[in-house]
Design a protein around this ligand. Structure first.
Ligand code: ADP
Length: 268
C-alpha cells in the first residue's frame, strides 16, 4: 500500500512538472511571437522612410525637376529623416530599458518644478494649436528617477496636445496615501474602448497615418509603461471617444515604504 501511495505521489508531481513545463513552453512561444512581431514592425517602420528618402533624393538629382517641386521634395525628404531619427532614439531607449529593466536612478526631487519645466517646453506647441495648457501642482517631494519621469510626462503631455484639436490640456497632481498621483487630462478626440487595452503596445496606434504625420513613432506609450514599471508602478488610462482622455500614474513620496523599495542601481 505504501508503494501505491508513493507511486500516486510520484505521478502527481510528474503531472505537475509536465503542466508547468507546458506553461513555460507556452510563455516562451508567446514571448518569441512578440519578439518576431516587433522585429517585423521595426523593419517595416525603418524601411518606409528610407525608401522615401531614396525616392526624393533621386528625383532631386534629376536636372529636369522644376524649382518649386525641388523645394517640396527636399522638405519631404527631411521630414522622413526626422521620422527615422525619432524612431532610432525611441528604439535605443527601449533596448536600454529592456536590458536593464529594473534600473532606475532615484533621487528626491520636487515634482512641481519638473512639471513646470516640461510645461514651459511644451507651451509653444499648445499655444500654436490654440489650446489652454494648465498645471495645478502643489509642491510635492517624490523619490524617483527624475530624467525618466521627465520622459514619461513629456510623452503624456505632448500626446495630449497632439491629439486634442480644441479645449484644454491639464496636468494635475495630488497626494494619495503614500503616493503622488499625477494626471494628464485632455479634451481631445479620445480613444475608443476597443483600442484602450492596446495603446501601451509597441507600435500600436489608433490611426497610423495620422500619428506618423505628426511625427509619432508609436513607441512613446510603450516606453512610458516600461519606465513606470521599472519604478514599480504602472500607467492608467480612461477615455471617451470624442470627449477626451485621462492618463494617470503614481509615484512614491519621499521617505515612504515604496520609496525605500527603490534601490539606486548602477548608471544607465
Ligand atoms: P504615437 O507616437 O503614435 O503618439 P504613442 O505610443 O505615444 O505613439 O501613442 C499610441 C497611440 O495612442 C497614438 O497613436 C494615439 O492613437 C493614441 N493616443 C495616445 N495619447 C492619446 C491622447 N491623449 N488622446 C488620444 N489618443 C491618444
Amino acid at each position: 500500500r505504501t508503494r501505491t501511495k508513493e507511486f500516486t505521489a510520484l505521478t502527481r508531481s510528474l503531472n505537475r512538472m509536465a503542466s508547468q513545463f507546458r506553461q513555460d513552453i507556452g510563455e516562451l512561444k508567446q514571448a518569441q511571437r512578440v519578439q518576431s512581431e516587433f522585429i517585423g514592425n521595426v523593419s517595416h517602420e525603418v524601411k518606409n522612410p528610407i525608401f522615401a528618402v531614396f525616392g526624393y533624393l533621386e528625383a532631386l538629382a534629376s536636372d529636369t525637376l522644376p524649382a518649386e517641386q525641388r523645394k517640396r521634395y527636399a522638405q519631404k525628404g527631411l521630414a522622413n529623416l526626422h521620422r527615422l531619427n525619432n524612431l532610432f532614439s525611441d528604439l535605443i531607449e527601449i533596448a536600454k530599458l529592456e536590458y536593464r529593466e529594473d534600473m532606475v536612478r532615484p533621487e528626491t526631487f520636487d515634482l512641481q518644478e519638473l512639471i513646470e519645466e516640461i510645461g514651459e517646453m511644451l507651451e509653444p506647441k499648445a499655444v500654436d494649436k490654440g489650446l489652454e495648457l494648465s498645471f495645478e501642482n502643489p509642491s510635492v517631494m517624490v523619490y524617483a528617477d527624475r530624467n525618466r519621469i521627465r520622459q514619461v510626462l513629456t510623452n503624456l503631455i505632448d500626446n495630449a496636445i497632439s491629439y486634442t484639436d480644441e479645449g484644454s490640456v491639464r496636468c494635475r497632481m495630488r497626494r494619495h496615501l503614500n503616493q503622488a498621483r499625477v494626471e494628464v487630462v485632455d479634451t481631445g478626440r479620445g480613444i475608443g474602448a476597443e483600442h484602450l487595452d492596446r495603446i501601451f503596445e509597441r507600435f500600436y496606434r489608433v490611426d497610423t497615418a495620422r500619428s506618423r504625420k505628426m511625427g509619432g513613432t508609436g513607441l512613446g506609450l510603450a516606453i512610458t509603461k516600461q519606465i513606470l514599471e521599472a519604478h514599480g508602478t504602472t500607467p492608467h488610462v480612461e477615455s471617451t471617444k470624442g470627449r477626451g482622455t485621462r492618463f494617470w500614474f503614481e509615484l512614491p513620496l519621499e521617505g515612504s515604504d515604496e520609496a525605500d523599495s527603490l534601490v539606486p542601481e548602477a548608471e544607465f
